[in-house]
Every structure is written in structure tokens, then in C-alpha cells.
Design a protein around this ligand. Sequence first.
Ligand SMILES: [Zn+2]
Ligand SMILES: [Zn+2]
Length: 485
Amino acid sequence: MSTLKQRRSPPPSPPLSASSSTATAVSVEPAKDDPTPIDLHIPDNYVEHTLQTTKPLPPITWANFYKEINWISFPILTLTPIIGLIGAYFVKLRWETFLFAAFYYYATGLGITAGYHRLWAHRSYNASRPLQYFLALVGAGAVQGSIKWWSRGHRAHHRYTDTDLDPYNAHKGLWWSHIGWMLVKPRRKPGVADVSDLSKNDIVKWQHRHYLSLILLMAFVVPTVIPWLLWGDAAGGYVYAGVLRLCFVHHSTFCVNSLAHWLGEAPFDDKHTPRDHVITALVTIGEGYHNFHHQFPMDYRNAIKWYQYDPTKWFIAVCQKLGLATHLRIFPENEVKKGQLTMQLKKLRETQEKLTWPSDNSDLAIISWESFQEQSQKRPLILISGFIHDASNFIEEHPGGPHLLIKMIGKDATTAFFGGVYDHSNAAHNLLAMKRVGVLHGGAPHGTEDKAIPPSQRLKIARYNELSSAYGSSTAYSDGEGMLG
Ligand SMILES: [Zn+2]
Ligand SMILES: [Zn+2]
């Protein structure tokens, strides 16, 4: 098992040889028959530059709302629920139609999640032509724009997450990221994102060309005709499997942009808004592990644990078994775990910073043996592992009884403390370190350096700059001097 796990991690790359820096640069120009990626020559400060030099449309107010309406998506998004509700009032729901509507919800939803999203926007696996046609068709039934338009916006969303170049920027609030961005004209052009790969895909082009006929066929005709032919319920099919199902698919996908950027945990990176949550997964056919997804967008999975709800991943895996999908991409587990570890350490560091720690060695006064003896007359000082401790507030609290402490005042209790009389627990070691008031001149007489570190500090979380300041740089210096000499 462990060897299997190790194999999944990539071997470390060999170090660069000195000659590689002088090697001829590899040309990044595309081949002649390829269209040049649109983002090949953008300036290095593209995001900042674009935000500063291009003006957004004015903010939406009640006064300008009607002028700013997006006349393609506004009617689709508002009329669908209205027609659906009116229809449901007049048409009785039959159980056969209900089951078919649920099935058709998953089919058209998968067109978006497994097709538009994971296949075309992220290229997380390769699909055979029959599977691509199937996904392009059912995806059209979700009425969310063509594959090309959708993927272009989604690639901008990933590249410019949480900025104004992200078409559904989550920082503009839940309403905006859920649906607001489609009700009005885009306030800005989304940031540049290359879709030249999709421009070359003939199935993507075919869907784009016939998009209007395909949405009418897949969103309304098919879900009306099937219940009509099989159990004679054309009206129910239209209302429940057509219109209301479409409304559910819409809001299910929209939740990926709203809910998944708002609700839940950030186990991989908390720099941006994407979050992981099972509720989001349940309403989005498995797209709810969005913190993972934004970290590893080329991974065909959203949920990495077997028990997490990700039917889109299961669908792709089944397609692979059937020979319809290949090259399912998985990010190296070793790198995924690094992200998780970083976030876990960050949380632990916060806990660590909330606690009070013993004084540092350098903050403590160095006391001679004579001074220690003298001061022990005035307060209960006890020497352990080279540190002088003040037991003032603890003598009565000592679980073993005060007499064991009193007899050690002005003496070295190292042996007794470390198992000679009682082998003290972690808690005792930690508490003892809090009572340090000085260091005995001459260091740790018992050679108990290791013991002088309380258990709670042996695995302390340190930032990289805290580590390097200790002695790393001075060693490097002396090595250099040695070489010069
Ligand atoms: Zn997102
Ligand atoms: Zn995505």
C-alpha cells in the first residue's frame, strides 16, 4: 500500500545543470496552423493595468436598472420560474413524470458539470466523440450558453478569482455571483482567457452553430415528447421535466459561483473565496469541493475522498470503464497533501500564538551559584536542568505534597524531577518551564539540554524566517570564509 502511494507522487526533478541556463530558449510560438493564444502577449501587469485603464459600466441602481438589463438572459432567468409555477398550478404531477424530471435534471446537469466544466473548461480528461456529442446535447438542455462562451467565462473566473476581471466575482456579494451578473450587461469584459483549443474542436463548433435549435430541442421538446410517448403526459413533461427542471439546473449551477464561494472550509488554501461544503456538493451534483477545485482545477475530481458526494466524478470514472473517457487527470497526492498540511499548520499556529509561553533563555538573568543560594533564603527557588524556578505560588498546589518541594529549595532537583522521585508528566514539565526566573551560571550541569525543552515546545511551529535567524546563516558565513582562506 505504502509503495503504491509513493508511486503516485512524482519523483523529484533532477537539479538543473549549469549548462541549462545557457541553452537556447525553447520557442513558445504556436505552430503555423494553430491560432495564436489570445493571452500570449499580454503585459506582465495585465490585471492591474486592465483594471486601471478600462472603465467599468456604471453601478446598477433602481434608476438605471431597466437600461442595463441583459435582454438575452434576463427573460430566460425570470420567465422560467414564473411559467413553471403557473404550469405546476394547472398540471398534476404524475410519479412517472417526477422520476423522469429528476433523471433529466441529472442528465442535463452532468452536461454542465462533466461536460462544460470538467471536460471543456478544464480539460481534466479526454472524451470520445460519442461522449462529447452526448455532453454537448444534454449541456444544451441546461440552457447556460454555448460551450465556448461558458468555458471562456469560467477560465476567466479561475484566472482572476475575486477580482473585477472575474465575471462572477464573489467579492461583489452572493446575489451578484449567483445570478445578478447575468441579469444585467457585464460591467466589464471578463479578463482575457485563451479558448483556442475549443475553437478547433468540431463538436464545440457544431454546438455553437446550432445552439438555438439545440436548446429548444433538448430543454423543451425532448422532455415533453418522452413522457408523452411513454405514458401520455405531454403537459406534465413540459412543465416538470422541461421548465421547472431547467429552473433547478440553473440554480444548481449558479450555486457553484455563489454558495461554493461563501459556505464552508478552506482546507487547501484560504487566500481566495472558494470553499468546500457537503451542502454545496449536494445541490451541485458534486461541485461543492470548490476549495480543492480552485487549487487543482485540472483534476477530474472535486471530492478526493471516496465517501464525499461527487456524482460527476463517478460518472466520468464509469465512462472510463466503458472506454468513453481516457486520460483522467489526478493531481499528485504529495502536492495535494502539502496544501492540506499548510492549512492545518496555520490553524495550529493560531492556537500556539494564543498560549502563553515560558521566557526565552536570552530573557532570563544569569545567576551565580552563590546568588542562587542567597536568594533562595528569601523565596522558594529550585534548580532543575540549569534553570532556576520560583515555586512561590505552587508549593501548596504540588500534587506530591509541599514537603517534596520545600526540601529542594536552594538545591538542584533535576534528578528527583526527572524520575528520581517521580517521572513527571508533560503537564508538569510545561508548568515548570513557566516558573523559570533565571539560568544558573555555568550552563546545564547535568548535560540535560534536551530535557530543558518543555514537551509543548519540542514540536513548535516556526515560520521560515524564524528558523533561518537561529544559526543557519552564520554557518554559511563561516563556510564561505573557510573557502576564501
Ligand atoms: Zn469558483
Ligand atoms: Zn472550474
